[in-house]
Design a protein around this ligand. Structure first.
Ligand code: FES
Length: 103
C-alpha cells in the first residue's frame, strides 16, 4: 500500500528502511525527516507523516520484540516514540487549522 503519494513510497519500503536503520543503531530515534533522508526522499506536502510515525512506532516495537527486550529497557524508548507522535500530530493539526479558510 502506498503511504506517501508525493514520493511513491510504500509501507513495505518504509518498514525495510526502518529495520535497516535499527540494524545500524537499535536505540536511535527515527523521525520521518531522518527516515526520508536515508531514502534520499523528502517530505513535500508532509500529509503522510502521521501515518509514517505510526509505521515507525509499529515497526520499531516489532523489531525490539524480536530480541525479547526487557520492559524496563523499552519504557523510556517507547515514551520518546509516543512523544514524537504527539508532537508531530499536534503540529500537523495546527498547520491544517491555520491553512483552513471558511469561504
Ligand atoms: S504524501 Fe508524503 S510528502 Fe506528500
Amino acid at each position: 500500500m502506498i503511504t506517501c503519494h508525493c514520493n511513491i513510497i510504500t509501507e513495505q519500503d518504509l518498514e525495510q528502511q526502518i529495520i535497516a536503520m535499527l540494524d545500524e543503531d537499535c536505540w536511535q530515534l527515527i523521525v520521518p525527516v531522518k527516515l526520508y533522508h536515508a531514502m534520499e526522499k523528502r517530505g513535500k506536502c508532509c500529509r503522510c507523516f502521521p501515518n509514517v510515525i505510526d509505521i515507525i512506532i509499529r515497526t520499531t516495537e516489532a523489531y525490539h520484540a524480536r530480541f525479547d527486550r526487557r520492559e524496563a529497557e523499552m519504557l523510556p524508548f517507547r515514551e520518546k516514540l509516543h512523544q514524537m507522535r504527539n508532537r508531530y500530530i499536534g503540529e500537523f493539526h495546527e498547520r491544517q487549522r491555520k491553512g483552513h479558510r471558511a469561504a
